[in-house]
Design a protein around this ligand. Structure first.
Ligand SMILES: [Zn+2]
Length: 379
């Protein structure tokens, strides 16, 4: 076994304990005081590791922390991206306390992503303890609202990523123990159809049936699917009509669009916005609501992933590759062109599920890999 994996293997109980300490702070995104309490703890811990910490206050969610080591050194920083919030409401620990069963650390938040925070802090401490902390800037951003879409941290993530030489998104490992080299983007649209009401018995011919128009549009929208390219376009919500005996004057709906490339996002966006009515006199409007860009498996991603695989190989491990239909803050960093690796957390299962758990035996390699990325990464 590689000596660095032995090194972190000898410290695995400390890392499990640190994960447990972090997970014992309950941090639902919606409770600022709770997330701030964890931020206080992490801030003190970062300072004990010699970091300069800037606290970015937030009104409605927890404050965000940006820690910097070697801020005065030349070169672009390596930036760790972590979120402190979880999906679990306060009180979850009461019925599901954090505990170890065999090779598993089980409990709310241990995998998504308190374990990742413990891994990063332990890798940086390991580098310091062995006097191998590199002569380069290393940053760590701790956000507070990833689980609800990062709206309060989006700009700061973008700003930070634009300065980064490499962004390490600490989401949990893929099911095959690999990294995630792509994540789909998502866009949500609202479609509104205007028709004309009329009595369904006395004068049906005088109405323009918005529900019928909606049906026509639904079929056209469904044709925009390109599943072979990873693009899905789904009409997911429909509302229409007011009473059984009235030709409906209005119908509205929601459309969920997922895509692997910006080009596909633009193709679908153009098509949705140029939909034209089938029934004479009907009106169709499509509006974009929230959206998140894709993390594309582009040339930058291929290059970054290849280097990560080489570092893993030196540690005697394969590093497979996978993608995800769901988003992370990696979508934000990749979209501004920052080299990004995602899925660097522990192996495990049950994110956002009652059986959430991390695989303890995956901790030494995953932490050693962070250690080597920080020490050896070439931009
Ligand atoms: Zn999550």
């Amino acid at each position: 076994m590689h000596s660095l994996i032995e090194y972190y293997g000898a410290r695995v109980n400390d890392i499990v304990e640190l994960t447990t300490t972090l997970a014992n702070f309950e941090t639902p995104t919606s409770s600022k005081p709770h997330v701030d309490a964890l931020a206080n703890w992490i801030e003190a811990h970062l300072k004990s590791l010699g970091a300069a910490v800037t606290r970015h206050p937030r009104e409605n969610v927890g404050d965000i922390l940006l820690a910097k080591w070697n801020a005065d050194k030349a070169g672009k920083p390596i930036v760790f991206l972590m979120h402190m919030d979880t999906v679990w409401p306060v009180g979850t620990l009461e019925s599901r306390p954090v505990h170890v069963e065999g090779d598993r650390l089980i409990g709310p938040g241990v995998w998504d992503m308190k374990g990742s925070i413990a891994s990063v802090l332990s890798a940086l401490k390991g580098l310091q303890d062995r006097s191998e902390f590199p002569d380069r800037p290393v940053w760590a951003l701790f956000t507070s609202d990833e689980e609800t879409g990062s709206s309060n941290s989006w700009e700061l993530i973008e700003e930070t990523a634009k300065q980064a030489g490499l962004c390490l998104v600490m989401e949990f490992a893929a099911t095959n123990n690999g990294l995630k080299t792509w994540r789909k983007g998502v866009a949500h649209y609202t479609i509104t159809i205007k028709g004309k009401s009329s009595h369904a018995g006395n004068a049906p011919e005088k109405g323009i049936n918005a529900v019928v128009e909606f049906a026509h549009q639904t079929l056209k929208i469904t044709e925009l699917n390109a599943l072979d390219l990873g693009t899905s376009v789904s009409v997911t919500v429909v509302h229409g009509g007011t009473a059984t005996n009235v030709i409906p004057a209005e119908a509205t709906g929601k459309i969920d669009v997922r895509f692997k490339t910006k080009a596909e996002a633009e193709r679908v966006d153009r098509a949705l916005k140029s939909l034209t009515p089938v029934l004479a006199g009907a009106e169709v409007t499509v509006e974009l609501g929230t959206s998140r860009p894709p993390m594309e498996r582009d040339v930058t991603m291929e290059r970054s992933f290849a280097q990560a695989q080489q570092l893993a190989a030196k540690l005697g491990h394969e590093l497979p590759e996978e993608g995800s239909g769901g988003g992370s803050d990696g979508n934000i960093t990749a979209a501004v062109g920052a080299p990004t690796l995602d899925g660097l957390g522990f192996m495990g299962e049950g994110a956002h599920a009652a059986h959430e758990q991390a695989v303890i035996s995956s901790i030494p390699f995953r932490t050693a890999l962070l250690d080597r990325i920080v020490a050896e990464w070439q931009f």
